[in-house]
Design a protein around this ligand. Structure first.
Ligand SMILES: *[C@@H]1O[C@H](CO)[C@@H](O)[C@H](O)[C@H]1NC(C)=O
Ligand SMILES: *[C@@H]1O[C@H](CO)[C@@H](O)[C@H](O)[C@H]1NC(C)=O
Length: 203
């Protein structure tokens, strides 16, 4: 199923490409394709979700405080533990900010987690890696091989000493009051809507 969707997507991209390259395409067709290209652009815009990140080691939640400090000492439902996560539809790269403070979680070159008002740099982007044990690791996009990680007490670990398999770097996405975010369900929904979208575009 995904295979067909990918082939459809490829044909669609070829059509878009053709319409941009061609000097004298049939006018109606060009109009149609341009419309659809714009639709696709809208569809692949970033998605915004709100959830908590539960730390496997501290048993608490990641929070972004007003003093730009980041820790994993937040109780379930705590105001600073509510995170706004921006993601690309087709990627696993995310930006995470505290809903209350608006500070993005970033990493500096010494491997410390810091809050920043602006989150455009790669230092504020994390790649989500879903592990076999269903925990998620968050690898920094600028400092590859460095992960967001917290000690048992919820203090940030120096990222240069982190590894993907360490418990300190493992998280669960969670809605307030303990409800786990169904990762599998998310993925199925995304696949289905993607396919439906692509079909509509081709038909
Ligand atoms: C990285 O952040 C830590 C904690 O805020 C700070 O003490 C340190 O000076 C920063 N390092 C650099 C190179 O900015
Ligand atoms: C991970 O989640 C899937 C789907 O919810 C489940 O079937 C599987 O048993 C889980 N794996 C572990 C190691 O808990």
């Amino acid at each position: 199923q995904l295979g067909y969707a990918l082939i459809d997507a490829f044909i669609f991209i070829l059509q878009c490409f053709y319409s941009l390259q061609s000097h004298s395409p049939p006018p109606n067709f060009k109009h149609h394709v341009n419309e659809q290209c714009r639709l696709s652009d809208r569809m692949s815009r970033r998605l915004i979700r709100t959830y908590q990140l539960y730390s496997r080691t501290s048993g608490k939640h990641v929070q972004v405080l007003g003093n730009k400090k980041v820790n994993a000492m937040g109780d379930d439902g705590a105001v600073h533990a509510k995170l706004v996560v921006e993601t690309d539809t087709f990627g696993s790269r995310i930006r995470i900010k505290g809903a209350k403070t608006g500070y993005y979680i970033c990493m500096n070159k010494t491997g410390k987690l810091i809050g920043k008002r602006k989150g455009r740099g790669k230092d504020c982007i994390f790649t989500e890696i879903v592990l076999e044990n269903n925990y998620t690791a968050l690898q920094n996009a600028k400092y590859e091989g460095w992960y967001m990680a917290f000690t048992r007490k919820g203090r940030p670990r120096k990222a240069s000493r982190t590894k993907q398999h360490q418990r300190e770097a493992h998280f669960m996405k969670r809605q307030p009051k303990g409800h786990l975010l169904g990762d599998t369900q998310d993925r199925i929904t995304t696949k289905k809507s993607r396919k439906t979208h692509v079909k509509n575009v081709i038909n």
